[in-house]
Design a protein around this ligand. Structure first.
Ligand code: NAX
Length: 328
């Protein structure tokens, strides 16, 4: 019999969950060759809606799916997990202080870290989507020291994909012809979308676009503001693009990036490019054999240096805030 990959989606009753679960069931995250046992996790308040999603997934009769189950207890959902996609979190509501939201999320990620460390497979691969994604991942890592640091990542692939799409549109080329952009730093408005190493149909993006003022100004702002632009248009935050990007993140991690190409992932810094060790920071990475590696040796100009440092500083402060919440 085929042994399925155990995939968990947390926050599965939410709007990203609704877009993501069918993509996962179609094999977009783990590949078309692997059977899938899908576990959906949400909070007891959302249990009824979660069961509805489970029923729909059953009814969709996905070829690759062995089983779908719904859970409200992380310790149950995480048993023998191979891949854990963490979309569940506490959203910022109008009038809430940053610290209050942080406190809620830190508590969730501390609890789920322990459940993962005790219940999941030792090699479980984790991607945190829920915001503040980098800091949630770092809290998770701190409270699950049994899990290798390399197995805890956060998603900046949506920002990466947005940058590709933007450059494709600007140059009149298909998005697939754009390669090797980089998202550095935090999944927040301080992220730095870097085009200095990007190519379009094999030529440098700067050469093809021929407008450095745009690339250093409007482009950076547009990628940073894209999430807000979607909210403005949909009155809801990005969901299908977030879901599709998580699948890209997991797929490349498990199956490898293409020769000569890299992607962006929030990973634990080893001090590369002067980013403080231990921060969960978005870097350019290549993947092979189920492992990511930070792309080394890229030239960093002065302007980039400054932007990369700003995002690192923000992340350091965010983590300090998270630790202050834990201490309370
Ligand atoms: P929703 O509010 O629709 O869904 C979140 C779900 O998480 C809800 O069903 C909620 O009940 C559940 N949840 C809350 N606490 C939980 C817990 N302790 N265990 C399990 N489930 C729990 O939000 P949605 O639009 O789906 O967004 C989910 C998260 O993704 C948010 O934090 C959002 O900020 C973040 N995003 C991150 C992106 C990224 O690129 N990293 C982009 C998209 C998105 O904004």
């Amino acid at each position: 019999t085929r042994r399925p990959v155990n995939v968990v989606i947390t926050g599965a009753a939410g709007q990203i969950g609704y877009a993501l679960a069918p993509m996962v069931c179609a094999g977009a995250a783990t590949g078309r060759e692997k059977a899938i046992a899908l576990r959906l996790l949400d909070v007891p308040f959302a249990e009824k809606a979660l069961r509805g999603v489970m029923m729909e997934l059953e009814d969709a009769a996905f070829e690759l799916v062995e089983s779908v189950s719904a859970h409200v207890d992380p310790e149950e959902a995480f048993v023998d997990a191979d891949v854990c996609i963490m979309v569940g979190g506490f959203p910022r509501k109008a009038g809430m202080e940053r610290k209050d939201v942080m406190g809620k999320n830190v508590a969730i990620y501390r609890e789920q870290a322990r459940a993962l460390a005790t219940k999941a497979k030792p090699g479980v691969k984790i991607v945190v989507v829920a915001n503040p994604a980098n800091t949630n991942a770092n809290i998770l890592r701190k409270f699950a020291p049994e899990i290798p640091a390399a197995n805890v990542t956060c998603m900046t692939r949506l920002d990466h994909n947005r940058a590709l799409a933007k450059l494709g549109g600007k140059s009149g080329r298909a998005t697939r012809d754009v390669k090797n952009v980089i998202i550095w730093g935090n999944h927040s408005s301080t992220q730095y979308p870097d085009v200095n190493h990007a190519t379009i149909e094999g030529k440098t993006a700067r050469e093809v676009i021929g407008d450095d003022a745009y690339l250093d100004g409007e482009f950076v702002d547009a990628v940073r503001r894209r999430g807000a632009e979607i909210i403005e248009a949909r009155q809801l935050s990005s969901a299908l693009s977030a879901a599709s990007s998580v699948c890209d993140h997991v797929y490349d991690w498990l199956n490898g990036t293409k020769e000569g190409e890299w992607t962006s992932m929030g990973v634990v810094s080893d001090g590369s490019y002067g980013v403080p060790e231990g921060l969960v920071y978005s870097f350019p990475v290549t993947c092979t054999g189920g492992k990511w590696q930070i792309v080394q040796g890229l030239t960093i100009d002065e302007r980039s240096r400054k932007l990369m440092d700003e995002s690192a500083t923000e992340l350091t402060e965010e983590f300090e805030l998270a630790e202050a919440c834990l201490a309370e």
